[in-house]
Design a protein around this ligand. Structure first.
Ligand SMILES: C[S@@+](CC[C@H](N)C(=O)[O-])C[C@H]1O[C@@H](n2cnc3c(N)ncnc32)[C@H](O)[C@@H]1O
Length: 420
């Protein structure tokens, strides 16, 4: 494709993504479906350029002010993730001169908000919690791609066997530092066609998500509920931990998300999972199980701000008001889910948010209102689940995962046991 045509496409795609009215990954996929003739390398350049703009929007918008022509074209030029000489082939002499001028600017001298590239309402609480040095490490880690983590399906293969099969396919994978069933692969090798994947012996899952499922620690023959199962990332891990015995209900209000669980379930070999769409957290299907369940996972709907490495658009699509609305939902779901537990049962509340408002604040309020639930120390729980260096993952008794510390997405989890 001619350089100018590809730059024009980036401009068009960027215009669609920057409306911020839908998740960026969906907008990019729809664009690629429309432009079927694009090759793999061209798709890579387009997607990475758009994601770079989303990650660094404030600084790029600041630098783009001095140029001319459509703003989205200027942003695409500044964020270009393909070959530099290819890009130069698309630019006018005036644009070339401008690009060279911008390259002279030392970005380290710019204002803090143009260096951390976070909205103020998000930067402020993170800086207060982490302190200067770690806050800047977090901001930098958001600009790095996330590694590809895999989970061995213990029902079908041991981690070492999966590692060996990947090696034979020419893919180097290392054991994850914390999860005893995880493997980490650098880069993005195609896995879908591998036998080890189609046979269900391995699933793609961030190490942080694996740790959440390990914290629930479901046992053979138990009654377990995954209250916000979505496409079932954690459901699959829980079902395998139960060795395909007992009963695992996968609830969600979204039938569409639960539909995405079905092919994964078929591959996994699990027959103990019962997906069920519920209308809301007080649905009759939920009420019927009151006091009957051994373990409940609430992987609550949240701002997703722990996943900014993968979804940088979220920092521009979320707002303090949206977080407040999510808090109401989180409280309501946790309250309803807790009613399901038998005496002695275990409850895990988790999010992939970095904000105390969606994490400690929800957990503390729940604990204060429910004296019959005893908080368990997450470090002990993780240690019992064979997690290495569990103490490094825990703050104030809660699981707290950070991209800059643990190379996982940001996750939070609280664990309680209902008094016997
Ligand atoms: C963080 S996602 C779950 C991700 C999933 N557990 C996984 O591991 O792939 C939160 C889910 O909560 C669901 N949800 C939202 N409100 C709900 C409610 N009132 N009751 C149950 N699920 C709800 C959303 O549809 C979404 O799928």
């Amino acid at each position: 494709m001619h350089p100018n045509a590809l730059l024009d496409l980036s401009t068009e795609l960027l215009r669609a993504v920057l409306k911020l009215d839908a998740p960026a990954d969906g907008v990019v996929s729809a664009f690629f479906r429309k432009h079927k003739a694009l090759g793999q390398r061209e798709r890579h350049t387009l997607a990475e350029t758009v994601y770079t703009v989303l990650r660094q929007r404030p600084v790029l918008q600041h630098l783009a002010q001095s140029g001319s022509g459509p703003t989205e074209r200027r942003l695409a030029v500044l964020a270009w993730q393909g070959s530099a000489s290819f890009l130069r082939g698309a630019l006018s002499p005036k644009e070339l001169e401008w690009l060279d001028q911008v390259a002279q600017i030392d970005r380290e001298t710019l204002a803090p908000k143009l260096r951390h590239n976070l909205p103020e309402w998000l930067a402020e609480p993170l800086l207060a919690r982490l302190g200067e040095a770690e806050f800047w490490a977090l901001a930098a880690s958001m600009n790095e791609g996330a590694p590809l983590d895999l989970r061995a399906n213990v029902l079908k293969a041991k981690r070492e066997e999966v590692q060996q099969a990947l090696k034979q396919a020419g893919i180097a994978a290392e054991p994850t530092p914390f999860s005893p069933i995880g493997l980490r692969v650098e880069g993005k090798p195609a896995l879908a066609k591998l036998e080890i994947f189609s046979s269900g012996a391995v699933e793609v899952q961030d190490e942080g998500s694996q740790l959440l499922a390990l914290m629930l620690a479901p046992k053979r023959g138990e009654m377990v509920v995954d209250f916000c199962a979505g496409a079932g990332g954690k459901t699959l891990a829980l079902g395998a931990a139960m060795r395909n015995t007992g009963r695992l209900y996968a609830f969600d209000v979204s039938g569409h998300r639960l539909d995405n669980l079905k092919p994964r379930l078929a591959r996994s070999g699990l027959s103990n999972v019962h997906p069920a769409q519920i209308a809301h957290e007080r649905d009759d299907r939920v009420k019927r199980l009151t006091g009957k369940i051994d373990r409940v996972l609430v992987d609550a709907p949240c701002s997703g701000l722990g996943t900014l490495r993968r979804n940088p658009d979220l920092k521009w699509r979320q707002s303090p008001q949206a977080v407040q609305e999510l808090q109401d939902k989180q409280r309501a779901i946790l309250d309803s889910a807790a009613r399901l537990l038998k005496p002695g049962g275990r409850l895990v509340y988790a999010t992939c948010s970095l904000l105390e408002a969606e994490n400690e604040a929800i957990a503390e309020a729940f604990g204060a209102a429910h004296p019959d639930f005893i908080k368990l120390d997450a470090a002990e729980v993780l240690h019992k689940a064979q997690v290495e260096r569990a103490g490094e993952l825990v703050e104030n008794g809660y699981l707290r995962l950070w991209p800059q510390r643990h190379r996982t997405d940001g996750f939070f989890a609280a664990v309680w046991e209902r008094k016997a």
